[in-house]
Each structure stands twice: as structure tokens, then as C-alpha cells.
Ligand binder design. Structure first.
Ligand SMILES: *[C@@H]1O[C@H](CO)[C@@H](O)[C@H](O)[C@H]1NC(C)=O
Ligand SMILES: *[C@@H]1O[C@H](CO)[C@@H](O)[C@H](O)[C@H]1NC(C)=O
Ligand SMILES: [Zn+2]
Length: 302
């Protein structure tokens, strides 16, 4: 009878816990939340055929001349940003004045929020991997196509959501403006807590559009439940710097809703399932121009 009672108790416990999704590192025998391999039981889109993140095999990316640079609007204006610990991540809400167009996307998009995915001390935590390499951290800026008002509305449009991804690589020097973000994360330690960052400029973290010609594009999904598909993903080739001091400080700031340290908040790589990853061909434009000038110069010398 005792063992039956224990099994029943465990079952009851799990029924409660399983209602909540979590990352791999949060899963344990005591806290049986729904880890990424079981998200789909509650959120069917998570087993769709266009899921994110993916591993980008750079040699297999198709050059595409229809991928021009972006126009960023409001990136260098001072804004107030609210930051909330959602229990799964820490989300920085952006005002409607931050927008983008171009980038081969069909329309104008307004920013909703940005957030980061990271690992733990000494272990990287980007969501996308490049030729199998996981980078220390990844920043996502979520944009919703106009005139949609929410992610839910935008979900039924093939490119209703545009996600920009910036990968971070470890640098010897500190990133000059990340400390503001790291300090703010320290003010939202637990689920539900929030704070405000005054006079924040996105351009302090994100380079200008003219420095971001080279990027990868593919169609995927949100990387958290409900894994909504119809996301136009842009992964920039240019990486942003973060020092190991900053990285180690950042990964220690927040806690998940389970109370455990918020580390390794990234979803495992998803199958490509026949999708094509495109790359903007601004790189190839430069060498071919150089080649043209070189051949012209040698022609003159003859
Ligand atoms: C930011 O908040 C401060 C204090 O509430 C306010 O004075 C300022 O006008 C706000 N700035 C913007 C751009 O909204
Ligand atoms: C996290 O906080 C939010 C908002 O405060 C709350 O609605 C939610 O139930 C919390 N989640 C958990 C698992 O405690
Ligand atoms: Zn994300």
C-alpha cells in the first residue's frame, strides 16, 4: 500500500509539475517539469517541421541576392526599457518607436522585446550553432509585422514574426555597454520581479545596419513554447564581444521559476527537415569588385 501511495503521490506531483515547461538543466527527479523533449505534449507546434534553433552549416548556405541590408529605426534614440524575469528568461520590453524594414522582409516590423540565451560559467549557451560550434551567448530581438498587435496575431502570417539573432564571442576587453544590462539583471533575480532601465539606447549594444550586411536567413520558429512557426530568422555573421568577466557575472544574476540558477536557458538544436539556409551575398560582392579592379589594373599595366 505504501508503494502505491508513493507512486500515486509521484503521479499527482508530476501532473502538477508537467504543466510547466522548463529547460534541460531544470529537470531533475524532484522537479519533473516538462523538458524540451516533452514540450510538444503540451505545445504541438514544438514538433513541427520548421523549428528553431538550428545548426548553420556555412558551406551549405545558399547565396541569395534578394537579402539587402536592414533599415533600423529608433536604435539610437534614448528609451526607457522595462525588464522582467518571466521565470524562464529575462525579457527587455521595447517601445513601438523601435522598428525595422528591409532585410528582404515583406513589410515593416515593430520591435516587441529583446532577451538573451546563455550557458553557465565556462560553458557556452547560444541557441544557434555555427558549423557545430556553440557560442557563449545569443541575443534575440523579437519584431512583429505591422499591423499586427501581438505575437498571437502575427503567428498566422508566413513572415509575421522577424527575429534578429546576434551571437556573442568572448573578447579580452569588456563590451563597453553591457554592464548596464548585467546590473539590471541583478535587480530581477526571481520570477515576476521587474525593473526599468532609463535612457537606454539599442545602438549601444547592436551595431548599425550598415555594419550588418552579412547574415543568414531561414524560416523557423520561436525557441520557447508554444514554438510558433512562421518566424523569419536573421542570424548576423558579425559577432558581438563579451568578456569572460561579464559573462560569468551575467549567468549568476537570475533564477528560474523553479528557484534554480537561470543557466543554460537554450533549446537544443532542431532538425533542418529540408529547409534551406540562405546567406546575403554582400560578401561575394566585395571580392568580385576587388577582382574586377585588380584585373583592370593589370590590364593597364600590360
Ligand atoms: C523615462 O522615464 C523618466 C522617468 O519616469 C521620464 O522622465 C522620461 O521622460 C522617460 N523617457 C522616455 C524617453 O520616455
Ligand atoms: C511566475 O510569475 C508570474 C507573474 O508574476 C506568475 O503568473 C507565474 O505563475 C509564476 N510562475 C511560477 C511557476 O511560479
Ligand atoms: Zn530567444
Amino acid at each position: 500500500y505504501t508503494s502505491t501511495a508513493i507512486v500515486l503521490l509521484l503521479l499527482l506531483n508530476c501532473t502538477f509539475c508537467l504543466a510547466l515547461w522548463c529547460y534541460d538543466t531544470q529537470y531533475s527527479c524532484e522537479e519533473s517539469c516538462r523538458d524540451p523533449s516533452r514540450w510538444a505534449a503540451q505545445f504541438p507546434s514544438c514538433r513541427g517541421l520548421r523549428q528553431s534553433p538550428i545548426n548553420i552549416v556555412t558551406s551549405k548556405a545558399h547565396s541569395n541576392s534578394a537579402l539587402p541590408p536592414f533599415n533600423f529605426i529608433g536604435h539610437n534614440k534614448q528609451i526607457n526599457v522595462s525588464l522582467e524575469n518571466t521565470g524562464h528568461s529575462a525579457t527587455f520590453s521595447l517601445p513601438q518607436s523601435v522598428r525595422l524594414s528591409g532585410g528582404g522582409l515583406p513589410g515593416n516590423y515593430r520591435a516587441a522585446n529583446f532577451h538573451f540565451h546563455w550557458g553557465r560559467e565556462g560553458s557556452p549557451g547560444s541557441e544557434h550553432t555555427i558549423d557545430g560550434e556553440r557560442l557563449p551567448m545569443e541575443m534575440h530581438i523579437v519584431h512583429i509585422k505591422e499591423p499586427y498587435g501581438s505575437l498571437a496575431e502575427a503567428e498566422h502570417d508566413m513572415a509575421g514574426i522577424a527575429l534578429l539573432a546576434f551571437l556573442f564571442q568572448e573578447s579580452a576587453e569588456d563590451h563597453p555597454h553591457l554592464d548596464t544590462v548585467i546590473e539590471a539583471l541583478g535587480r530581477v533575480q526571481n520570477n515576476g520581479s521587474s525593473t526599468e532601465i532609463m535612457n537606454f539606447r539599442l545602438s549601444d549594444i547592436v551595431p548599425s545596419a550598415s555594419e550588418l550586411h552579412s547574415y543568414y536567413r531561414y524560416v523557423g520558429s520561436m525557441t520557447t513554447p508554444g514554438c510558433e512557426q512562421d518566424v523569419a530568422w536573421t542570424v548576423f555573421k558579425r559577432m558581438l564581444p563579451i568578456s569572460s568577466r561579464q559573462l560569468n557575472a551575467l549567468v549568476l544574476k537570475c533564477r528560474f521559476w523553479t528557484g534554480q540558477p537561470m543557466i543554460d536557458n537554450f533549446r537544443p538544436i532542431q532538425p533542418l527537415d529540408g529547409r534551406v539556409v540562405y546567406k546575403s551575398n554582400s560578401d561575394s560582392l566585395f571580392p568580385s569588385l576587388t577582382l574586377l579592379i585588380l584585373s583592370f589594373t593589370s590590364y593597364l599595366e600590360i
